[in-house]
Structures are given as structure tokens and as C-alpha cells.
Design a protein around this ligand. Structure first.
Ligand SMILES: Nc1ncnc2c1ncn2[C@@H]1O[C@H](COP(=O)(O)OP(=O)(O)OP(=O)(O)O)[C@@H](O)[C@H]1O
Length: 795
């Protein structure tokens, strides 16, 4: 019932929001765009014909309503009237800018382009109209139609104050502003342009010899290669040959004389050309951004609404912590008297009240050894009759010793309160996670992208699943579906199933799998290997884009500096969550450890982050290699000191009180936190809210991974070989790297075909057998050996 009610509620809100939205639909944009284009054509023809027919049509203007009266304008009375208004009474010749602006606006709407730049086009257009009409206003006495009435009046008005020369200077200044702002005019650019023109004119005198020279280069072997690249940039050839022709020998155009000089001029040429080429890509990108705006990855789900706060419960803790003064005093007195029993004097004591634990910071009297206090942990716990006492001696960065004492009545830290906190809302992080609150009741927000991977462990029932939900929820509240994708592995089959509803928004899966959430351990191996392929692909993309990490890559892609035709695309973050990692290691063992370690080592730069959770924090699960690559670790309560050491390399997790009480470390410091509580019904509501919105057609697809068992056809039948077999073999041998993704990339093939070719290469003895996530060994050392091998086969 309750679910139904929330469903209908969310439906209601979406329809209400739909009504309020004034955004025109795509169809309306096309219709309106076409109208503007037609109108602009009509205006253009009206204006054109106005110049020939205006005198005849003068008398028509007063007879607009008379159906029998006809005007000579191409668009009859409409054309005559509108043109009279714009051209005669308005801005004269400059009015032609209006049909142009209307046409551009119409095209933007018609093609559904991003209209951000349109406003500036209109502003500059209007500036141009005013400038033109004032400038042409100078000729109003002889040709009144050039500047129109407004142009004349404005010119006259300005002349009354500044005189003719003054108006002229003002116009020159405004022209300068237009040139600089609109056309990026610079004195150097102007000089370059002038120089280029000069060279062009010079070369026109030497046309014949220049043809001669190009031919010489063509005949030369190397020359022909140069030419093919030059073809794209014809200017290069021109400059190249023109420079050639500048020497005084132009009349004879002796080939031998000219060629050595080529080298000399080449140096000049390179110095000039290189920056121009660099600028070219930047200029193209800037032009694209100007015309279409920055690339917006969120556009496809432009109407996506982030989950609202009211989907989360306050858990009765919105008012903050209730301080029990008596409890505070009592604990303080007990601590002081216990220490006194052991002859430890206290100079000062201070309490910081957290949601579950209160920290008593003491400054011992001079001469007291800190280790003495540390050893009294159990005695203090006994005298306070409380579980979960932890002594931090000394507190890092402070000259004090901390004693953490659990509160009698712990306050639940609701997910709602941490999500609503300023710290989270204003967090400028790539993947912000609001874990909960610290001992001083501050919201604790960290960036998963910086961690860059996280290990979460704790005995059963201590809050691990809630912790995982808190992490995922944080990201769902902050990230658009285009920006982050989750891969969820849930061997328990019940913990993460709720996220099925957001499969087409936020989840990623293998192309051939039905379920996005992986519950079968054997399938995890394929997913991990596929992620390794994704990682390799992403590294290739980063390399070709010449950036160091995914953030820079996406910035460059958004600025349209990377061409999607070269395989570039917006790269969302991928977060792999594995619940019950111990279970996975038990069933799949080494096979998963290797790709996980590889991902953990290399994936940070390319936006793949791993979160693994386990309730069995033993050394054969959390192995050295895993630990080394997971610097961010979270420990919920564990049963033994050894477990605590396995997770954190420090004790303390055994002294936690459970129910979300946790220790977090990202290197050296260990922070005690109360994990935010998000209950299953809340997660259900959030996923329902997201799931009911428009989604992508399917879950984000990971690269296909062809496992060992699928490469069965190892028969070495030459006739059955792929048409690209030889090319692929050459690629593999040249690169000395036997990977299907290399073939895929270089030969632009699908993964399945590339996989088949790799199998055929294996059958032919060119690459070695499958070696998990590693590339196969290449058995042929060089191209010569390859040719011989293939020739022998053919015999
Ligand atoms: N942050 C929290 N605040 C308050 N209570 C919590 C918190 N986290 C967990 N709990 C309580 O502890 C119970 C168990 O939590 P949870 O299901 O997350 O444990 P778990 O470690 O995942 O257990 P298992 O390993 O069996 O899945 C919850 O039902 C809840 O009542």
C-alpha cells in the first residue's frame, strides 16, 4: 500500500513538473525554426526587391487594407510594407542583418543545436546594424535609402555634438571593438595576413616554375608522402612552393638550383607553421564550442531529476545530539578517580560529544608517561562499566590523550542529515561520499576518486551493508546517470538487488548478461577481465588525447577538442562494488585476485574505482597485494585484535560498539566515525524515484570479454581464415603484443571478430595461448619471420 502511494505520489509530482515546464518540445522547435527560416527568406527577397520598386510602391503603403491594390515588390504589399518599415524608416542597407539573424536562429532551432551562443550573435548583429546605419547615414543626403531614417537621425544627432570627424572617429573605434571581440583581430594576425597576400601575389607572377617544383617533389619518393599530408592543408603547399620561388632565379626555375634552397627555406617554414597547426585544432574546437556550446554528457537525460531529500528518513535525530550533563559529569569523575588511583594527575580535561561516543581529552600533568595511560585501557573500561572504550595516546596533532567513551543513548546519524549538510552539498569533489559524522559531530565527506579504492570489513551485523548503501546513496544524490556507473557484485543475492531498478540509469554490465547485478561468482571473472579491457581502452584514449587522467580527458572532450570519430567519448566513472569479497576469493581464488590487483594498481587515473567489502577479514582474503592497493580502509566492529590489524594495520576496531561505529583510515591517521544510517525502505524509495524516470535504452555496456572457454575453434584451416588475418598478424608482430583489443583498435574491428582472429593466430602459431588478463605472448619475433611462416603455410 505504502509503496503504491509513494509511486502515485512520485507520478503526480512528475506530471505536475511537466506542466510547469515551459521548454518547447523538439517538434515545436522544428516548427518554429522552419517558420523563422521562411520568414528570413521572405524578408531577404522583400528587401532586395525594395531597392528596385520602392518608388512605385510608395502609394501602396496607405492602401494596405485594399485587396485590389497591388504592389510591385516580390512579396507584394507585405514585402513593400515590411521593407518600408525596416529599410526606409529603419536602418537602411544594414537591415539585411535581420533576415540573416532570423535564418541563423531558425537553423539553430530546426537542428536542435545548443542556443547559448545565439544571444551573443543577436547582440553583435544589432551592434552591426546600428553601426552600419550610422555609417551609411553620412550619405543620407544623396542616397537616403542607404542608412534609413534611424541611421540618418542618429548620425545627425551625434554630429550635433561631435561634428563629422567626431562621428567618424567614434565609428572607427566601434569597428575596432567589433573586430577585436568578434574576429579576434590582432596586429600580428593582420601582418601575417598581409604577408601571406603579398606572397600569393608574388607567386602569381611565377606560376609556371612553381608547378615545376611541385612536380619535382612528386617524383621524389619521399615527396609524394609529404604531398598526401599536405593535401589536407593546401596552404602549406602554397607557402612551400612560393617560398621556393622567391629567389631571383625565378625566370629560369632551374630545378637543381632550387632544391638545395628548399632546405633553407624549410627552417623558416617550420618555425612559422607549427604554431599555426596547433592553433588550428584549438580554433576548430573554439569554433565548435561557439556554435554548439560545450559538449553536455547529461543532455540525453536532460530532464533527469536528482533524488529529493524527502525520500530519506530523519530517524528521529534531526534535532542533533541530546547532551546528558549528568552522564558527562559522572564519566569525567570516574576517569579522573581511576587515573588518580594509578597516581596519574590530570592538568585539564575536555569533552567533545559525538553521536555515539564522547571523547574526553585529557592533558596529563608534567612527567607522566603516556604509555602508562595507554596500559590502563581495561581498568578505565572496568570503572566506567562500558564497552568500546578506546584510548588514543596521544591524539595526533594535539598534545592530549583521548579517551573515547560510548554514550548511553547513541544518536542515529541519519543519511538525510549528512546529505543535507552544507559540507556535502557544496563538496567540490569528483565522487563525494558522505560517510557519517566524526566524534566532534562534523559531517565527514571524502572523495572516492582520491581514495582511490576502498576496503570495507567488519564482523557480520555491524553495519557493513548499511555502509555500502551509504556510499552508493551519496553518489546517487550527487551524480547524474551520465557521470557514474556502478558494477554491483552481490553473492548474497539480497543486499544489492534493490538497485536493479536503476539498471538503465546507473548500472553497467557485460553485453551478453541478462542481469546487471552479478550474483554468480563465476561471472565476476568475466566482468573483471572486461573491466581490464575497458581500462586498457581508456588508457589508449588518454594517451591519444595527451592527458593524464580521466578528469582532464573529460574536460578536453567537453571543450570539443577530441574528435568522436577517432573513438573519443565521454568517460563516466565506473565504481565496482563487491560485497562478500571473501566468498569470491574462496570460490574463484587467484583468478579474481590478479585482475583485481591489476585494476587496483592501474585504474585510478582512468576513473575506475573499486569498493570491496568482506565480513571475514583474514589474511588469505585481504592479502598483501590487495592491502597494498587499497589505502582507504574502513573497519566496522571486528571480534579480534588480529582482524583489526589485518584491516587497519592498527588495533581499535575490536573496541568499537557496532551499529555503524567505524574506523576510517586513508594512510596514517585513523578516524572514528559514526556511519550514516540508511534503511532498506529508504534505498527502495530512492531507486524507485530514479527508476521511474526516463532512462537510457539499456545498461552501460562494458567491452565484450571472450573467455578461455569460448575460443574453441582452434583448427588451422587457411581457407576459413578471416579476410583481415594477415593484417592482424602484421599488427600483432609489429607491436609484439598479442591482444584482441589491439587488433580491434588498429583495424577498427568488433571485439568478436578480433577475438576470432586471435584464435586463428593462435592456431597458426603466431601468438601463444590465453593468459588471463595479460596479453598473449607473440611467438613470431619480426615481420620477416612472419612472412616466411605464412609462405611456408601456403606451400
Ligand atoms: N549506521 C548505523 N546506525 C545505526 N544502526 C545501524 C547502523 N548500521 C547498522 N545498523 C544496525 O545494524 C544492523 C545490521 O547492519 P548491516 O545489515 O549493515 O550489517 P552487516 O555488517 O551488513 O551484516 P551482514 O554482514 O550480516 O550483512 C542494521 O539492521 C541496523 O539495525
Amino acid at each position: 500500500m505504502a509503496k503504491k502511494r509513494t509511486k502515485s505520489k512520485s507520478k503526480k509530482t512528475t506530471t505536475a513538473e511537466k506542466k510547469v515546464s515551459f521548454k518547447p518540445s523538439k517538434q515545436n522547435k522544428i516548427i518554429f525554426g522552419s517558420l523563422l527560416i521562411v520568414l528570413s527568406i521572405a524578408l531577404f527577397f522583400s528587401f532586395m526587391s525594395f531597392y528596385f520598386t520602392w518608388q512605385e510602391d510608395q502609394s501602396m503603403l496607405s492602401q494596405f487594407a485594399d485587396r485590389n491594390a497591388q504592389a510591385s515588390n516580390l512579396l507584394n504589399k507585405f514585402g513593400a510594407g515590411v521593407s518600408h518599415f525596416f529599410m526606409y524608416k529603419g536602418f537602411g542597407l544594414a537591415s539585411f542583418v535581420f533576415p540573416f539573424l532570423l535564418a541563423v536562429t531558425g537553423l539553430y532551432l530546426f537542428l536542435g543545436l545548443n542556443g547559448k551562443r545565439l544571444i551573443s550573435k543577436w547582440i553583435w548583429g544589432l551592434v552591426g546594424v546600428i553601426w552600419g546605419s550610422i555609417a551609411l547615414g553620412f550619405f543620407a543626403a544623396d542616397f537616403p535609402l542607404l542608412g534609413g531614417l534611424i541611421g540618418y537621425e542618429m548620425n545627425d544627432f551625434l554630429q550635433d555634438y561631435t561634428g563629422k570627424i567626431g562621428v567618424f572617429l567614434i565609428l572607427i573605434f566601434v569597428l575596432m571593438v567589433i573586430l577585436v571581440r568578434l574576429f579576434n583581430f590582432t596586429p600580428e594576425g593582420f601582418a601575417n595576413f598581409f604577408r601571406r597576400q603579398k606572397q600569393k601575389i608574388k607567386s602569381d607572377f611565377n606560376e609556371e616554375p612553381s608547378i615545376h617544383n611541385t612536380q619535382t617533389i612528386n617524383e621524389d619518393g619521399e615527396g609524394s608522402i609529404e604531398l598526401s599530408t599536405d593535401d589536407k592543408v593546401p596552404e602549406k603547399i602554397d607557402t612551400y612552393t612560393h617560398k621556393e620561388n622567391i629567389p631571383p632565379l625565378n625566370e629560369e626555375a632551374g630545378l637543381d638550383v632550387n632544391l638545395p634552397q628548399e632546405e633553407e627555406s624549410d627552417i623558416d617554414l617550420k618555425v612559422e607553421e607549427t604554431p599555426v597547426e596547433e592553433e588550428e585544432t584549438d580554433v576548430t574546437a573554439a569554433r565548435l564550442v561557439k556554435d554548439f556550446g560545450e559538449f553536455d554528457p547529461k543532455l540525453e537525460l536532460g530532464n533527469y531529476k536528482f533524488p529529493t531529500l524527502d525520500l530519506l528518513e530523519a530517524h528521529g535525530a534531526s534535532g542533533g545530539i541530546t547532551i546528558n550533563q549528568e552522564e558527562l559529569e559522572e564519566n569525567k569523575n570516574r576517569i579522573v578517580s581511576t587515573l588518580k588511583n594509578y597516581k596519574i594527575g590530570i592538568a585539564q580535561i575536555k569533552a567533545t560529544i559525538g553521536p555515539t561516543v564522547t571523547l574526553y581529552e585529557i592533558v596529563p600533568e608534567a612527567g607522566i608517561r603516556i604509555s602508562k595511560i595507554k596500559n590502563l585501557e581495561d581498568d578505565i573500561a572496568l570503572s566506567l562499566a562500558a564497552l568500546g572504550i578506546r584510548i588514543i595516546a596521544p591524539i595526533p596533532g594535539k598534545g592530549t590523550v583521548g579517551i573515547e567513551v560510548p554514550n548511553k543513548n547513541a544518536t542515529i546519524v541519519s543519511m538525510r542529515s549528512v546529505i543535507a549538510s552544507n559540507k556535502f552539498q557544496k563538496a567540490e569533489m569528483e565522487l563525494p561520499i558522505a560517510f557519517g559524522k566524526t566524534i566532534s559531530n562534523e559531517t565527514f565527506v571524502v572523495d572516492l576518486a582520491k581514495m582511490p579504492h576502498m576496503l570495507m570489513a567488519g564482523a557480520t551485523g555491524q553495519g557493513k551493508s548499511v555502509g555500502l548503501n551509504a556510499v552508493i546513496t551519496s553518489l546517487l544524490y550527487k551524480k547524474h546517470p551520465a557521470e557514474v556507473k556502478f558494477i554491483l557484485v552481490d553473492p548474497k543475492k539480497v543486499e544489492l538487488t534493490l538497485y536493479n531498478k536503476i539498471e538503465r540509469h546507473f548500472l553497467a554490465k557485460l553485453p551478453d548478461s541478462e542481469e546487471a547485478i552479478i550474483t554468480d561468482n563465476t561471472k565476476v571473472i568475466n566482468t573483471l577481465n572486461s573491466l581490464c579491457i575497458e581500462m586498457d581502452n581508456r588508457y589508449e584514449l588518454l594517451k591519444s588525447a595527451m592527458v593524464r587522467n580521466v578528469k582532464e580527458y573529460n574536460v578536453k572532450f567537453k571543450a570539443r577538442k577530441l574528435n568522436p570519430n577517432d573513438g573519443h567519448k565521454f568517460l563516466p566513472y565506473i565504481v565496482l562494488v563487491i560485497d562478500e569479497f571473501a566468498d569470491l576469493i574462496m570460490t574463484a581464488g587467484k583468478e579474481v585476485e590478479t585482475p583485481i590487483a591489476r585494476l587496483a594498481q592501474l585504474a585510478r587515473a582512468i576513473g575506475i574505482h573499486l569498493i570491496i567489502a568482506t565480513q571475514r577479514p583474514s589474511v588469505n582474503v585481504i592479502t598483501g597485494i590487495i592491502k597494498a592497493n587499497f589505502p582507504a580502509r574502513i573497519a566496522f566492529r571486528v571480534t579480534s585484535k588480529i582482524d583489526s590489524r589485518t584491516i587497519l594495520d592498527a588495533q581499535g576496531a575490536d573496541q568499537l560498539i557496532g551499529r555503524g561505529d567505524m574506523l576510517y583510515t586513508q594512510g596514517n591517521d585513523v578516524t572514528r566515525l559514526q556511519c550514516a544510517f540508511v534503511d532498506t525502505p529508504e534505498v527502495a524509495k530512492i531507486t524507485e524515484y530514479i527508476g521511474s524516470q526516463r532512462a537510457y535504452p539499456e545498461a552501460h555496456l562494458l567491452p565484450e570479454y571472450v573467455g578461455e572457454e569460448s575460443g574453441t575453434s582452434l583448427d588451422n584451416d587457411i581457407a576459413d581464415r578471416d579476410a583481415m588475418f594477415k593484417e592482424a598478424a602484421e599488427v600483432i608482430v609489429t607491436a609484439q603484443q598479442g591482444s584482441a583489443s589491439l587488433i580491434q583498435r588498429k583495424l577498427k574491428l568488433g571485439y568478436n571478430r578480433a577475438g576470432r582472429i586471435i584464435d586463428q593466430l593462435e592456431a597458426a602459431g603466431i601468438v601463444g595461448p590465453f593468459e588471463g588478463s595479460k596479453a598473449r605472448q607473440v611467438l613470431v619475433p619480426d615481420m620477416y619471420s612472419l612472412e616466411q611462416l605464412l609462405e611456408n603455410e601456403a606451400k
